[in-house]
Write a protein that binds this ligand. Structure first.
Ligand code: UD1
Ligand code: MG
Length: 420
């Protein structure tokens, strides 16, 4: 969109989180909150994105992609002040500006698009998103007159009497005519209980000047969820988790019990795979078709699993790659390991991949058979069709040649009969 720029407000302290890391870096389903907002901005094709940072800005900056324009808000004086900090970048710009809060991970790109569309069509000075919610506590309330025209947004702390009962809230997504925004923002005063410059006060200023204000109401009660506390964080996690599960099921994956299945954002699972209860699949995992995962499995970051693989109960796989047609059915741990295809990993097998200082990589080739209760002290290599006997310990640096059998502690090659 050539005439649209975006500002993301993310300077706040997030006091209610009681955290040593900035609020917007907290993860929801394995993805930082601000990344959800960045993904939305990307999908609507805004020309430029300005991100206002303040509290522990270096931590957020380190996370952000390098093409974003970062603006430092030196003193956290409120959301209107945060917008004011960007003014220099908008001097010669006469298009529209979309403003989002960095703490709203549940925004829907289609709704954001419809705000921008409505804004352009109606020629309003400001179009913003509202939601009618069950529990409006903590949000700005939308004050309307008898003809339903928006008069003001009243923040929770300043709401009095009937205003507290208003269920229509401000989500924190606004589209402004840039010139009008930066003119009016100078007139916002910190006349409220928190002595902050509220961006939301600009609505009343526009109303008093007779400017056109439009609203779009979302029918999703969770879309407006701003993560301000740990409780909000858990709620966002629950909502997004079920969204992810619904999407995965719609792609042909069986999730036996969505209530006990945890799948992070950015996980891909092939069709006809079944995820059994009490399974946790972390971000950037890829699982092929016709697999059975769980119950009680934990598949950790960056793991890749091929087709027709069974990963059974009490198993953990971390940063590993498993080829197709493998079995790993009971009580095993695979870390930093490349496994070929048609491999059997026996019950209780463990890779000891961490030596106290660093992690090491092991390789298990096609058709290998790793016996029950064996330990591979990484790095090791298990050859094609090789066998590790039950209870063996394959010590660090060991290479088991193709087709050979090792047993014992430490594991030794069993000589072939003809070699005796
Ligand atoms: C804000 C809105 C409220 C709305 C809610 C939706 C204001 C005054 N209120 O309240 O109407 O219902 O969002 O979630 O805008 N920030 C800065 N600089 C500051 C202060 C805040 O960049 O000086 C950023 C924060 O990092 C955050 C966003 O602005 O991402 C909103 O601030 P927050 O403190 O979360 O405001 P809310 O109380 O949630
Ligand atoms: Mg908030």
């Amino acid at each position: 969109m050539q005439d649209l720029r975006t500002i993301i407000l993310a300077a706040g302290k997030g006091t209610r989180m009681k955290s040593s890391i900035p609020k917007v870096l907290h993860e929801v389903c394995g993805k930082p909150i601000i990344q959800y907002v960045l993904d939305i901005v990307k999908s609507i094709g805004s020309l430029k994105t300005y991100i206002v940072l303040g509290h522990k800005s270096n931590l957020v900056q380190n996370y952000l992609p390098k093409d974003k324009i970062i603006i430092e808000q030196k003193k956290l004086l409120g959301t209107a002040d945060a917008v004011k900090c960007t003014a220099n970048y908008f001097r010669s710009y006469s298009g529209n500006v979309l403003i989002l809060c960095g703490d709203t991970p549940l925004l829907n790109k289609n709704v954001i698009r419809s705000i921008v569309r409505r804004h352009k069509r109606s020629k309003a000075v400001c179009t913003f998103l509202t939601a009618v919610v069950h529990d409006p506590q903590g949000y700005g309330r939308i004050i309307r007159d008898e003809s339903q025209k928006v008069v003001a947004i009243r923040e929770e702390k300043d709401a009095v009497g009937f205003e507290k009962d208003i269920a229509e809230i401000n989500v924190g997504v606004y589209c402004f005519k840039s010139q009008e925004l930066f003119k009016a923002i100078k007139d916002v005063k910190p006349n409220n209980k928190k002595n902050e410059y509220y961006l939301t006060d600009i609505i009343e200023l526009f109303f008093l000047k007779g400017c056109k204000i439009e609203t779009v109401e979302t029918d999703d009660p969770f879309e407006g969820l701003g993560v301000n506390s740990r409780e909000d964080l858990a709620l966002a996690e629950e909502v997004i988790r079920h969204k992810i599960l619904r999407k995965i099921m719609s792609q042909g994956v069986t999730v036996v019990d969505p209530n006990t299945t945890y799948i992070d954002a950015n996980v891909k699972i092939g069709k006809d795979t079944t995820i059994r209860p009490f399974t946790y699949i972390e971000k950037n995992v890829r699982i092929g078709e016709h697999c059975i995962i769980g119950p009680f499995a934990r598949i950790r970051v960056d793991t890749k699993i091929g087709n027709n693989v069974d990963v059974g109960n009490f198993t953990e796989i971390s940063r590993s790659k498993i080829g197709s047609n493998c079995f790993m059915k009971h009580f095993s741990y695979l870390g930093d390991t490349f496994v070929g295809s048609h491999v059997n990993i026996g019950a209780g097998m463990v890779t000891a991949n961490f030596d106290g200082k660093q992690k090491h990589i092991s390789r298990i080739a096609d058709h290998a058979f790793i016996g029950s209760n064996s330990t591979l002290i990484s790095p090791v290599r298990i050859g094609k069709k090789a066998v590790v006997g039950a209870g063996s310990v394959v010590t660090r640096g060991k290479v088991v040649p193709d087709g050979r059998v090792v047993v014992g502690v430490p594991a030794k090659i069993v000589e072939k009969k003809e070699e005796k």
